[in-house]
Structure formats: structure tokens, C-alpha cells
Write a protein that binds this ligand. Sequence first.
Ligand SMILES: Nc1nc2c(ncn2[C@@H]2O[C@H](COP(=O)(O)OP(=O)(O)OP(=O)(O)O)[C@@H](O)[C@H]2O)c(=O)[nH]1
Ligand SMILES: [Mg+2]
Length: 230
Amino acid sequence: MSKIKDYALLALGAAALSAGSAAVGYLSNKLVKRFVVKENKPKALGTFAIWGQPDSGKTTFIGLLMGRDNSSKKEQTLSKDVKGRVLLTGFFDDDFEIQELVDMPGTKDRLNDWLGLVERSDHVFYMINLKRISEKEYLRKVKLDIEKTSKSRSVSNSKIRRKINVVGTHLDQSKWKELDDSHNILQQDESLREVMELMGDARGYFYPANLLDKSSSTRLIKCVVNDCIN
Ligand SMILES: Nc1nc2c(ncn2[C@@H]2O[C@H](COP(=O)(O)OP(=O)(O)OP(=O)(O)O)[C@@H](O)[C@H]2O)c(=O)[nH]1
Ligand SMILES: [Mg+2]
């Protein structure tokens, strides 16, 4: 039934209720329920691919998207964990749904799995531990990952979605810990600039955050959702 008809019947039901008709009132209640359910249907965000070196915060980020409490002890991810459809609720008036989320270990043997996800996913997020960005060996690994990720993203079969977004985690333990997560001074950092420049046309958004902090992580999720739908 069309939305206009729904509105008309709702108005009719409301009028009947005020007139005290129990039977029509019951019908009206049913309609209200149907109407509300229809309006609250979560909005689709598409599929997400999330990866980064070990301890970069992948599982923590996925936990935030799933509305999980991240306060429990860190557990290393040992196998591929496909989450399927994930409901993102409580951040906006509307609910959103991620069509697929996969958590994987950040070890080198998962690189090919990741590159496969990069080719087919709507939104790609590479996690960087900002605490470690000035470590030479860490930066080398990140740059290798980004180079390979950019290549895979460029053959993505989706013409509109070829961006790679970067989530910079552990902001609170980084050299920028005194700054808030909206500060764009981070992007002037030489190491980060080198990483972002490797992406060329695939360069997407950069989100610095403290994933363990409520306001920083809420802000992150809101920015991510906004950027996905715009
Ligand atoms: N202080 C701080 N700790 C964080 C942040 N993000 C994640 N952590 C912690 O860093 C550790 C590693 O996070 P995980 O989410 O397990 O990292 P991962 O990338 O899934 O690691 P693997 O599964 O081993 O590849 C955990 O103890 C988290 O609680 C952050 O922004 N700030
Ligand atoms: Mg993990």
C-alpha cells in the first residue's frame, strides 16, 4: 500500500479513536505499528573492509560499530570472522546497517584476503596505530600495505567507490595526545603525508581517534557514517 494511503488510514484511525470506536481503534494501532516499522527500516551503508597491522585497533573499531563494550582485555584475532549484516544503532535518529564486516588478524598471511575485500567492498578503512607511526619498521610495513591496497582498489569493479580511508588510532598515546581529534596538524606530519600520498587518486578521509574514549569514538563513527552516505 502506498505511503499516502497509509497516512490517510492513520488519520482515519486517529479520528475513529477519538470518536471512541474500539474496533477501528484496534485497526489503527496495527497501522501505526506497520507505519513505524516501515519508517525505521535501517538505511544501508554498504559493505566495509577493515584492516591494518597487528594491534592497530581493527577489532576495537569493529566492536564500536557493533555497539560492543570494548573495555574487556585485548584478545588477538586468530581467524577470519565474517560478521554479516551489522545494525548500527544509537548514533543518529535513524538506524543504519552495514551489509558486511570482516575481522581478520593483521598478520602478513592475511594480505591477500584483505586485497580481495578491497576490490569488492564499498568502503575501505585501513587502520594505523599513531603511537607507532614514527617507528621506521612499522612505517615501512604500513607503506607496503598501502601500496598494495591502492593497486587493488584501482581495479575495484565499482566506478564510484575507489577511495581508501585511514583511521589513525591510539591518538591518546601518540605525540599528538594533547591535540583533539579534529586537529589537522596531524596531516602535516611527514610520515603520515608519505602514507597518504602513496594513495594518489584513491586517497580518502583520514580519521584520527582514541577508540577507547567515548566522545572521540562516537565522533569517529558519526563522521564515518556521514561520509558513507554523502
Ligand atoms: N589507548 C588506546 N588503546 C587502543 C586504541 N585502539 C585500540 N586500543 C587497544 O589496542 C589494543 C589492540 O587493539 P585491537 O583492536 O585488538 O587490535 P587489532 O588490530 O584487532 O589486533 P590483531 O587482532 O592482533 O591484529 C587493545 O588493547 C585495544 O584496547 C586507542 O585509540 N587508544
Ligand atoms: Mg583483532
